[in-house]
Design a protein around this ligand. Structure first.
Ligand SMILES: [Zn+2]
Ligand SMILES: [Zn+2]
Length: 117
């Protein structure tokens, strides 16, 4: 184990008070509701992984593209298990790429609509 560097699974990274508040609000349970790309259908749409010895939850910014350092100042935070955090980052980066590609195409939806006279 190396000292130094961020460890999102431990309080010192984010400030123990913020970490504990987030964890308490999350009831020490992964708050992923599908952001990672998995439906979590078996657990009513929420991951349900509890913070413990087998799984440790990370306190991260709600914005999946925010860095760990930004999570400290983020207004919204989530408690996520390792696989969900990794999954949602992958998904966010993928969305980011596909959104950029989509922007290259003209807008097909006509938002002007037709007004009833
Ligand atoms: Zn999870
Ligand atoms: Zn998940």
């Amino acid at each position: 184990m190396s000292a130094g560097g961020f460890d999102p699974f431990r309080p010192p990274m984010i400030g123990s008070r913020i970490w504990e508040e987030t964890m308490t609000a999350a009831e020490w349970c992964c708050q992923c509701t599908g952001q990672c790309g998995r439906p979590h259908a078996k657990t009513n749409g929420r991951c349900g992984t509890l913070h413990g010895t087998a799984h440790r939850l990370a306190v991260v910014a709600a914005d999946p593209l925010a860095t760990l350092a930004e999570a400290v100042t983020a207004t919204e935070r989530l408690a996520l298990c390792e696989s969900c955090d990794a999954g949602r980052r992958r998904a966010a980066q993928h969305t980011h790429t596909t959104t950029a590609a989509a922007h290259a195409q003209p807008e097909l939806i006509d938002l002007t609509g037709d007004r009833a006279a």
